[in-house]
Write a protein that binds this ligand. Structure first.
Ligand code: IMP
Length: 237
């Protein structure tokens, strides 16, 4: 469900003034996501620069402690905004959280998609561990439908006509599909080899990045986020 945007127009003093360049920082260390998101945001507007945490020398691990995609996305956006806020007058932090919701598993793995397969304490499952675990859990069922859902949270401070404007927004994108019985395709990451998109009759792993970007949960969410951000910029710059 897409939440109605809430504009928090709290006024703040900028760390420096005069410069109208706006930096969008992608609050993720995941190179796979950066590869998908960056080109979608770069076409947003002139004077807007998209940077990764690594490019800003700010790589940091944020523990996803919330129990919803929206909670985790907001947590990441706020943490990165607070971290980088002193360095930039005009900054938008952009964080996504994604989950695969499988009907036959009552919505699992959902918000726990990265940590689905059981592994020894102190270690994290690989993409391969998670896919194997998913196929094993679904071996006995013909009910294969699933949804990939991405929530994006943005927290920003931009120059407004009457001073700085601070905002926080969340948007959501999803795509319907089904879990295949075996892996198909070599591209993408995570659950891509076993998620067959309903409208395409191919798994994400059988698509190029461009094809996946045309219809993925993440690109739908990024398109909405770009629309929301574009509207906020237009209303204030
Ligand atoms: P995250 O919490 O947003 O990093 O996503 C949780 C997990 O979902 C990741 O570790 C991946 O296994 C999986 N995931 C996220 N996005 C995708 C995608 O686009 N395709 C396949 N798997 C994904």
């Amino acid at each position: 469900m897409t939440r109605k945007p809430e504009h928090d127009m709290t006024k703040m003093e900028p760390a420096e003034s005069g410069e109208r360049k706006i930096t969008i920082v992608l609050a993720t260390n995941n190179r796979d996501k950066v590869r998908e998101i960056k080109p979608l945001l770069e076409r947003l507007a002139s004077g807007v620069y998209v940077r990764t945490l690594a490019e800003l020398g700010a790589e940091t691990e944020i523990e996803e402690t919330e129990t919803t995609l929206e909670g985790n996305a907001k947590l990441k956006a706020r943490t990165i905004f607070n971290l980088l806020s002193p360095r930039f007058s005009w900054l938008v932090s952009f964080a996504d959280d994604t989950g695969l919701e499988v009907a036959a598993l009552d919505g699992e793995p959902g918000v726990y998609s990265a940590r689905f397969a059981p592994v020894p304490e102190g270690t994290a499952p690989t993409y391969d561990d998670n896919v194997r675990h998913l196929l094993a859990r679904m071996e006995a069922t013909d009910r294969r439908n699933a949804i990939f859902r991405t929530v994006i949270a943005m927290k920003g401070r931009i120059p407004g006509r009457n001073g700085p404007v601070v905002f926080e927004e969340t948007v959501e994108g999803s795509v319907e599909g089904e879990i295949t019985r075996e892996r198909k395709g070599e591209n993408g990451f995570g659950y891509d080899p076993v998620f067959r998109v309903a409208s395409a009759r191919a798994t994400f792993a059988q698509m190029s990045t461009e094809e996946k970007n045309r219809l993925s949960h993440r690109s739908r969410a990024v398109d909405k986020a770009a629309g929301t951000l574009g509207a906020i910029l237009k209303a204030n710059l």
